[in-house]
Ligand binder design. Structure first.
Ligand code: ATP
Length: 437
């Protein structure tokens, strides 16, 4: 992990928030490469979940919602983690994560293991951030920063179904920020208090929910494989009765083997009709679906797929990170799937003369016109320029050399195989397009 964190900082993937003020704990800013990576993860998700299907619609609900939403959803009363505090060192842990935790004092031992440690009883701690709507800080104006995007999809269920003329089964997808006042954030961007979620709520007829649950679990695994994550690094973890959230009938986590162990990457949940029924009850408005064919009326069940976008970006980074020796020299390379790579192609003039920079700039312009994110580098040896792009995960480097002005061909070097191919200057854009799929 240290190597990933250091690469992220060095190359501008992720910076510590408010660094010049000493940093804001466990808040991270995505730099030029990171913002592209995270966006590419979200776009790959959106493309599969929304654009490639006719039974899922997109939505972007507000982060702030009516406070009653969170009473209905059960978050005000039940979105809690058990907080355990040591009265001696003042350190706090999540009681259900205590096996992996350590006492901050030396020698490092399990919490409570030092003689003078004094662990209190676990207390339930609500994870929602509270704030105030309007200028007066009074109870009536308390609102919450949403801890999940899902509720925005439930309260808009009929709006979306009717305007998009969808029939059950269909889904609503959202990508957006969520906030949780986590007791123990950490492991870099794995667990943060502000994060982005890509969630999809699939509304189905009660009775067909188990089948749809299996379908969505399978689809989501395939998606992770499809963006290049090694299948042997992914596994499923079914929630036991003690782990199940208050709304869930079944829940399976897709876990990834991070350097700090197997941890959840995405959750697939059968939320039954819990959320829609509760919103009916609390709002007094009907959230019934009436089947236009059979006339049947029912409150749909919901199968949810919920993934953290930053967490998926971290998985992409961890999974892609390699250290290798190439021609006697060490290199660090991010073997990212080209669709996720922040920069798709880097253009290098071999020399700063003989018209090579001008040809390189012309090619760069062509790539940009074709909306292919591209970079330009003319500083340092060609080897060093390759290394810089390897670390950024750039799949292809295009070099303009002396031969280019003779026959208008360039070399394209592949990040992973290191193979170099000579391609006509006018075909570079098409060549890259074809490989981006
Ligand atoms: P945990 O039990 O680890 O706190 P959870 O089971 O409550 O997580 P979900 O509510 O299922 O998580 O959230 C769906 C997804 O959102 C998770 O699989 C994860 O990828 C992401 N996620 C949840 N909390 C965080 C967080 N604090 N930081 C980053 N991503 C998060």
């Amino acid at each position: 992990m240290e190597k990933i964190v250091s690469l992220c900082k060095r190359r501008g993937f992720v910076f510590q928030s408010s660094e010049i003020y000493g940093g804001a704990a466990s808040v991270w800013d995505y730099g030029p490469l990171g913002v592209e990576l995270r966006k590419n993860v979200a776009d790959a998700w959106w493309s599969t979940m929304v654009h490639a299907r006719d039974d899922i619609e997109g939505l972007d609900a507000g982060i702030l919602m009516h406070p009653r939403v969170w009473e209905a959803s059960g978050h005000v009363s039940g979105f809690t983690d058990p907080l355990l505090e040591c009265k001696t060192c003042k350190k706090r842990w999540r009681a259900d994560h205590i096996e992996d935790a350590g006492c901050p004092r030396k020698p490092s031992v399990a919490p409570g293991a030092h003689k003078d440690c004094e662990l209190g009883e676990p207390r339930l701690f609500n994870l929602m951030f509270k704030t105030f709507m309007g200028p007066v800080e009074e109870d009536a104006s308390v609102v919450y920063l949403r801890p999940e995007t899902a509720q925005g999809s439930y309260v808009n269920f009929l709006n979306v179904q009717q305007t998009a003329r969808q029939r059950v089964p269909f889904g609503i997808a959202q990508v957006g920020k969520a906030f949780r006042n986590e007791i123990t954030p950490g492991n870099f961007i794995f667990r943060t208090r502000e994060f982005e979620q890509a969630e999809m709520q699939f509304f189905v007829k009660p009775g067909s929910d188990d089948e749809w649950f299996d379908y969505w679990l399978d689809q989501r695994l395939k998606w992770h494989h499809g963006i290049g994550i090694r299948p042997e690094k992914l596994r499923q973890h079914a929630h036991g009765p003690n782990e199940l959230a208050h709304y869930a009938k079944t829940a399976i986590d897709i876990e990834y083997e991070f350097p700090f162990g197997w941890q959840e990457l995405e959750g697939v949940h059968n939320r039954t009709d819990f959320d829609l029924s509760r919103h009916q009850e609390y709002s007094g408005k009907r959230l019934l679906y009436i089947d236009p064919g059979s006339g049947e009326r029912f409150v749909p069940y919901v199968v949810e797929t919920a993934m953290g976008v930053g967490r998926a970006a971290l998985v992409a980074l961890v999974d892609a990170y390699r250290e290798e020796e190439v021609e006697g020299q060490a290199r660090v390379v991010l073997g990212l799937d080209p669709r996720l790579a922040p920069i798709k192609a880097a253009v290098f003039p071999l020399m700063k003369k003989f018209g090579q920079p001008e040809i390189a700039r012309e090619l760069l312009k062509g790539l940009r016109t074709a909306r292919i994110p591209a970079g330009y580098d003319q500083a340092g040896s060609i080897g060093r320029r390759y290394r810089r792009q390897d670390e950024a995960g750039t799949p292809w480097c295009v070099t303009i050399d002396r031969q280019t002005s003779e026959d208008r061909t360039v070399t394209i070097r592949d990040r992973d195989t290191l193979a170099q191919e000579r391609v006509g200057l006018d075909h570079v854009v098409g060549w890259i397009r074809e490989r981006l799929g």
